[in-house]
Design a protein around this ligand. Sequence first.
Ligand SMILES: [Zn+2]
Length: 76
Amino acid sequence: MEFCCSFCGKRRGDSKDWLLGFEGTKENSVVMKYTITLLGNWDEERAREPNAVYFCSRACQDKYLEKNYGDDTWAA
Ligand SMILES: [Zn+2]
């Protein structure tokens, strides 16, 4: 399975230091709100989950959060 950075599109290849996150909706809130949980490292098994997002670097992760979540980040 091939993974590409969710921000810059770079292919993962043999890199080991990628970051993994999971996006989802917070179902209990009044307004459906997109949330993201950052794993802070890479997990080969969990990377196959359908709501997983991939980052080649901390910089791409930060830019992705800024672009998609802005000031309203609900990150953990
Ligand atoms: Zn990237």
